[in-house]
Design a protein around this ligand. Structure first.
Ligand SMILES: N[C@@H](CCC[C@H](N)C(=O)O)C(=O)O
Length: 381
């Protein structure tokens, strides 16, 4: 090995979905003198590392026995444009790069606040991470996502700009006038953007691009909406699913509907079923352009649902933020939720609250949930 890396990181979790979070520039690339004793190279910052380098590092760190262990790596980087404050890079535990992570972005925002990470675009130094960009905007987020008292981060992701808002009261009170006492957990509300029709290998003619906004079909009993699909899991089984993109792909399975159609066995129970069997098969189904995240859902009472997730690139996780949004959107689309009311999605690691009304706030989906710091340390790999 010619180089080793020393990384200062924070282990975080959001509703039990766990992350290793660090700044890209906080990776120190150290030349290994044992293998290149004559090299004049000194310690470099990780700022110059490529996506391939970060993918290799992520896979090592994410390993639950040989590394630190996590579902995703969340890397804080400088934003490539002046419209956003920061960039968030995401890697699944298998090293694949993801476009968006709903639980991770709340932890990202808490990390920025806790570490006073500066935005390179904040020339006046107004935004030291805890003051926020204040970012009101014309695309609907300002009405529901922020207030005078909120710290707002506009984050560049591969899924587009995502806006996080944390009420200042979440940050804790001033301690002795010179430092902040920080709670381990803060609640963060995120404008997750619009839900989109998921483009698959089968529907490319009907869904010509990845940015076709999803809206409820006016007459679902007579039209077969494009987001409903019957998927052949294997030779003996087909399952009805709802397909939603939250900037990353989701395939939502309502258990009871499939039991009633005889497509899942009577007695299939969300708490005890083995989701890995169907999850793995569907995740790599040929209809998906680049694999898929699979959500299993049962209803508890009006606007309350239980869900478990098989994540592409990470397997079963205790929660998935984009997954919770996709589930909530799917429940509205198929008439299981009232869009005027908040939707509660309970996953094994905790509850996420989703607001989506296709006719308000430009059809954006809002998600509220916790972000928790577990510990910080340094690792050499
Ligand atoms: N845990 C995440 C989603 C992470 C990415 C996903 N596995 C993918 O590959 O799309 C969340 O909270 O949204």
């Amino acid at each position: 090995m010619i180089h080793s890396n020393e990384i200062t990181f924070t282990k975080m979790q959001g509703a039990g979905n766990d992350f290793i979070v660090f700044k890209k520039e906080d990776i120190k690339v150290i030349p290994n003198k044992q293998f290149s004793p004559d090299s004049s190279e000194g310690v470099r910052s990780g700022a110059s590392l490529t996506i391939e380098d970060l993918s290799v590092i992520s896979k090592k760190l994410a390993h639950r026995k040989l590394g630190i262990g996590c579902d995703q790596l969340i890397i804080v980087a400088d934003s490539p444009n002046a419209d956003t404050d920061y960039e968030m890079l995401i890697f699944n535990s298998d090293g694949s790069q993801a476009s968006m992570c709903g639980n991770g972005i709340r932890c990202f925002s808490k990390y920025i606040i806790d570490n006073s990470v500066k935005s390179i675009h904040d020339k006046d130094n107004k935004n030291n991470g805890s003051s926020g960009s204040g970012g009101s905007s014309d695309d609907g987020e300002s009405s529901s996502n922020e207030s005078e008292n909120a710290i707002v981060h506009r984050v560049h992701t591969l899924a587009g700009t995502i806006i996080c808002s944390t009420d200042k009261s979440q940050i804790g009170s001033k301690n002795n006038g010179d430092s902040y006492y920080r709670e381990d957990t803060m609640l963060v509300k995120v404008n997750m953007g619009n839900p989109y029709l998921l483009r698959t290998n089968d529907n490319t003619l009907l869904v010509p691009n990845d940015r076709t906004i999803l809206v409820p079909t006016p007459n679902p009993s007579t039209d077969k909406p494009i987001y409903l699909e019957r998927v052949q899991v294997d030779e003996r089984r087909a399952i009805d699913v709802v397909l939603v993109s939250m900037g990353n792909p989701h395939c939502v399975i309502f258990l009871q509907d499939n039991i009633e159609k005889g497509q899942l066995p009577e007695g299939t129970d969300i708490d005890t079923m083995d989701i890995s069997e169907i999850g793995q098969k569907l995740a790599k189904h040929k209809m998906f352009v680049d694999s898929c995240n699979i959500e299993f859902v049962s209803s508890t009472k009006a606007n309350h649902f239980k869900a478990r997730v098989w994540e592409r690139g990470a397997g079963e996780t205790l929660a998935c933020g984009t997954g919770a949004c996709a589930v909530a959107v799917a429940t509205v689309l198929v008439g299981k939720s009232l869009p005027e009311q908040q939707i509660s999605i309970n996953m094994p690691g905790g509850e996420l609250l989703i607001d989506w009304n296709a006719n308000e706030n430009f059809g954006k989906v809002f998600k509220t949930g916790p972000a928790t710091s577990v510990f910080s340390s340094v690792i050499k790999i």
